[in-house]
Design a binder for this molecule. Sequence first.
Ligand code: ZN
Length: 245
Amino acid sequence: MKYGVISDIHGNCEALERVLGFLNQEKVERIINCGDIVGYGPRPNECVRKVKNCTEMRSVLGNHDFAVLGMAKLSRFNAAAADSLQWSRQKMVADNIKFLNTLEKIDTESGFLFLHGSPRSPLDEYILGETHAKANFERFKNFLCFAGHTHVPACFRRDSKGNVGSLRLSPGRPVELEEDCRYIFNAGSVGQPRDGDPRACCLIYNTQNRKVQLYRFRYDIEKVQGLMRRQKLADFLIARLARGI
Ligand code: ZN
């Protein structure tokens, strides 16, 4: 079985189309979406529609999705994020709100775990390093967990003795899953990567050869920036897309 793993689309339809085109070409059978379909980007409705219409995709709720549903206080976000959330909330059509409302915070149906933030705080915690990863390995039993939220692709491994370390995750260098280890992967971000590389991210998890690989894609960033300008979204959000920060 081949899974595509994506996260943090953030209303960026151009990046999403690019990634879905690749996953389709790779003939993945399932797509796992770790949340934050909306927020920041200029096309929240189109992105929700694409996710909703993709029958092979399973999604969980992200903190921005939660906020657009009116369930989180906007004061918890920085000013630019709060503005974009308010704008997204006004734009969302009823059908798409209804869809976001169906999403769960954690999904374990495929035998592994996937969620937006972390196992101990599915919407809000950032797994930023080995200390966070170690604490979170205690909070779930599955051998594998996929998350997003940081917008930075990452891989943490816990060996049978309980040692936790991070592994390099870069395009062309698949991580081979060892039998007696457990893993937390971060799928990075489709629509707003923050690791200094502006290219859209996704992972492919192949259960047959037990490999997880990161892929990056160029897409038309200037087009997205133009749409954001037209909607008068914050300059900082527009600029960061091209810099990958
Ligand atoms: Zn996000």
